[in-house]
Design a protein around this ligand. Sequence first.
Ligand code: ADP
Length: 317
Amino acid sequence: MLTLEVDRLTKTQRFRVEKYKNDIRIVPDLSTKSNTQNPMFHPSVIAETKKRILVILAMTDGAVLLLSGGLAYILAGRTLKPIKEMVEDQNQFISDASHEFRTPLTSLKSSFEVYLREKNPSLSEAKSIMVESLSEVDKMQNLSDALLQLAQYQKPNGHTNFESVSIKELINEVVRKIKPIAVKREITIIQEVKDVEVVGNKDSLIELFVILVDNALKYSPSKSSVLIKAEKKGSMVTVSVRDKGVGIEEKDIPHIFDRFYRSDSARSKLKATGYGLGLSIAKKIVNLHHGRIYVESKQNKGSVFIVQLPKAPKGVI
Ligand code: ADP
């Protein structure tokens, strides 16, 4: 734009010179006169050009300033968004965890207070309070273990010790661990597991399927059955855990993998213990293995949790 202004000034001057030459037909001796006296140099033209250049500069600088300010604002907002979300998520996590710890702590405190208020407390009462307290302490221990597990899977480089894992061996190990609960609840565990392999961390995969089978037992009526199936499908290995239990309401399905989420029926009607952390740990483990986990469920009919994991490429041991 500045170049255009200079060109414009040059053109005006050339026109003036031409006009001057045509009018008097004599080229004046320009050296004898100062610029202001020279009829070809008009100070108003120079002043006007200066003014136009100033206006152009002010407008361009203003526009650049506005544009870069606006862009910086938008980009800073975008950069800070994930940090803001992370901080909000952490705050929510702390408040949920504190809330979960508060319930057993309040129960402990009130039973101790009631006992201390008694004038002649008996030994048997003290014993029953201790038994009660121990179960509350167990709950808190389970909760802190689950929180630790969750934190471990949140680490970017945690559990990256991957190897080729046989799903058959893995499921056998899971069933061996969970068998006492199944026997107690008189639930049959059926296995239809093909001999397939995935690449993964064996311990965390065991944890994953223990969570799913444990839930299947927890939310099933006694004397029912749980089916564990594993097969190869294309480049993936699909492992499903199917139960004939209470099922999950449609409104709960999108949230069950969220931290601390428990369906209303799990909280109230069922006496199933838990903090709503199992499935969020399961999801973290599946993500770590670049897999997928989802559920298909019908209330009062049962649920099937499906895990898809990339199968081990041939020759990987
Ligand atoms: P919880 O410790 O409460 O079982 P989870 O994270 O493992 O926590 O599960 C979250 C919620 O998902 C449970 O509270 C329950 O409502 C629902 N859920 C999980 N597995 C099943 C299942 N097999 N059948 C019915 N509901 C289930």
